[in-house]
Design a protein around this ligand. Structure first.
Ligand code: HEC
Ligand SMILES: [Cu+2]
Length: 315
């Protein structure tokens, strides 16, 4: 039964999304048949048979017990649908610890993939099957979409903002990725593939075997790129890894909660780090001045991703 009803779900998450869908479909279908059936039945049964007779129906002005139950039962049904949907949604949004991060940037009309070890690819994302992978998404030009139908998940890719999405492919395979936001003339060709390899094959791919590994020296890991940019872009004139300078220290920043000038707090995730670098005035850390220049135009998306990855590693 599970297989028949799975519609090709490629992960446990996707199967759970299907179950929510099926549950709503069955409940909705039941009440549809019930109400429409009664409608037709009553229309036939109580139709006006003889025009000469007084066929007026009786006026019924209220029945508290009936009203109580027809409010109670639908409320329970709707709350149950919400609750179950919420559980599955929360699981879709919160990645498990230890997920592999892959950066994906969209531009007209392709997906640029960057692994944390510095490898890059276009329209192909290799991941190990059976392990969670988290996508850190951005866009260079216009809105794009990142839709993995086999996993029942979708996320917008937005210029100037970082969004995330995670999946865990249960079995090896090639899963299509589609852009779901009309993004210009090449939109319909904007597709990519998530290639989930068996662990051994993935290790081979990662080691740069014949599956198109890097030539020669190999690519610069994202965090290494970030460390280099941090030294060359002057960040360390104002920041230290440890200890206050003009700006706050980076150590332990990622994953912490930062208190802002106005007393509110924010989670220091990828989006916060990206925004802190490209739009430093947007959120001012409590106890510091709004002195940091913007690096929006001077650093590329890859440079910023590198910095984010480097800061993430400073635990
Ligand atoms: C002119 C000094 C200056 C330079 C240069 C500078 N920063 Fe900052 N930075 C600050 C100050 C001051 C703050 C705290 C006020 C704020 O939030 O804008 C800050 C805040 C930050 C934060 C948020 C820190 C937190 O604890 O929440 C990050 C991340 C950051 N900077 C990264 C960088 C990076 C990366 C560079 C180099 C590309 C850089 N900064 C260059 C002064 C600077
Ligand atoms: Cu697109």
């Amino acid at each position: 039964m599970g297989e028949i009803l799975s519609f090709g779900a490629a992960s446990g998450q996707a199967a759970r999304v299907d179950t929510v869908f099926l549950m709503i479909l069955v409940i909705g279908g039941f009440f549809f048949v019930l109400t429409q059936g009664l409608l037709i039945y009553f229309a036939v049964k109580y139709r006006r048979r003889r025009p000469d007779r007084d066929n007026e129906t009786p006026q019924i002005t209220g029945d508290y017990l009936l009203e109580f139950f027809w409010i109670l039962i639908p409320s329970i049904v709707v709350v149950a649908i919400f609750y179950y949907g919420w559980l599955v949604y929360a699981d879709l949004r919160i990645p498990p610890a230890g997920a592999t991060d892959v950066y994906v940037n969209a531009r007209q009309w392709m997906y640029e993939v960057r692994y944390t070890d510095g490898r890059t690819a276009i329209n192909e994302i290799h991941v190990p099957a059976g392990k969670p992978v988290r996508f850190i998404l951005s866009a260079s030009d216009v809105l794009h979409g990142f839709y993995l139908p086999d996993f029942r998940v979708k996320m917008d890719m937005i210029p100037g903002r970082t969004t995330t999405l995670w999946v865990q492919p249960d079995r090896p395979g090639r899963y299509p990725i589609y852009c779901t936001v009309f993004c210009g003339a090449g939109h319909s060709n904007m597709t990519a593939n998530l290639i989930a390899l068996p662990p051994a094959e993935f290790a081979q791919w990662e080691a740069g075997g014949e599956r198109g590994g890097p030539e020669g020296k190999g690519p610069e890991a994202l965090a290494a790129r970030g460390e280099r940019i941090m030294k060359s872009a002057g960040c360390l004139n104002c920041h230290a890894v440890e200890g206050k300078k003009i700006g706050p220290p980076f150590k332990g920043l990622f994953g912490s909660r930062v208190t802002l000038e106005d007393g509110t707090t924010v989670a220091a995730d990828e989006e916060y780090l990206r925004e802190s670098i490209t739009d430093p005035g947007a959120k001012i850390v409590k106890g510091y001045q709004n002195m940091m220049p913007t690096f929006k135009t001077t650093l590329s998306t890859e440079d910023v991703n590198g910095l984010v990855e480097y800061i993430k590693g400073l635990k």
